[in-house]
Design a protein around this ligand. Sequence first.
Ligand code: ZN
Ligand code: ZN
Length: 304
Amino acid sequence: MYSVLAYYYIGAIEDPQTEVLRHKEFFQTRDFKGRIYISEQGINGQASAVAAHAEEYIAWFEERFGKALFKIHVSHEHAFEKMTVKYRRQLVAIDCEVDFAQKGESISPQKWKEILEERSADSLLLDVRNDYEWKVGHFEGAELPQLETFRQFPAYAKQLKETHDPKTTPVFMYCTGGIRCEFYSAVLKNEGFEKVYQLEGGVIGYGLEEGSEHWQGKLFVFDDRLVVPIADDRPAEAIATCCYCHTSHDVYYNCANMDCNALFICCISCLHAHQGCCCDTCKQGRVRPYQENAKPFRKKGTIA
Ligand SMILES: [Zn+2]
Ligand SMILES: [Zn+2]
C-alpha cells in the first residue's frame, strides 16, 4: 500500500535551489512520485510512496522545518506519474504580494464542523477552489465563485466587498489542503475583511478527522486519482452530471480535440459516442484517436 501525502510549509527558505537538490538527493534512494514546489515562501508538496518511506520523509522534513500538517491518504498505487521537484517563484500563483502576518485565523476540523452547524445567516461559507473542483463536491451551503484559475481570486475579493460588508461579515473559507487559504485569507484581510477564518488542513484534513458530514459529493485532487471520497464513512454520491445525457456522473476528461482540451464531465457511453470530444463542433477539428483507457485528466502545473 502507498501513502499519498499532501502538505505544505510556509516560511522563508533562503536558498530554494539548494533545497530542491536536497530533496532530489533524499528521493534518489527511495521510490517516490509526486509534485513538490519550493520557493522563497516555503514548500508545497504532494507525493506518494510506500508507508515506510513516507514516514522517513516526514521525519526528515519535520526535523528540518518543524512540525508540518501532513495529510495522509492510503492508496493501492502511486498517485502520480513521476517525481517532480522544482523551484517556483510563487507557491500559489496569484501574482500579488501576500503578507502572511495578516492571514486568517485557523479553525480545526472539529471546530469547523461546529461552525457549520451554528453559523449565523449573515456569515459567508466560501469555497475558494476553482469551479471544476467544487462542481464535483463542496460543503453544504457554500458560496461557489466562478473562478477558473488561482489568479482570479484577488479580483474576486474586491468584488466580494460589494455584496458583503467586510467589517461585519464573518468569512469561513476552505480549500483542498489549506495552502490556498494561507494566501487568499491574507488577500481578503488586505481588502478590509476583518473576520476571516480558514479550515486547517483543508477538506482533506476535515475528511480525515471528522468524516463526510456536511459535505456533498466528492473531492477533486490534483493527482491521478482525480476525484476521491473525503471519507469512507458513507458512500459518496456524484453531484455532477454527464454533459451529454445529464445522468449523475463525476469523472473528468480532457476534450480529445487538441485545440480545445477543455475539461468536461462525461459518462463512458457518451464519451464513446462522441469520440472523447466535449461538443459536436470539437469533433470536426484535430481530434486525438479515442482511447478507452486513457488517464482522464492531467492539468499541468496546478497544485493545491
Ligand atoms: Zn452521458
Ligand atoms: Zn472541446
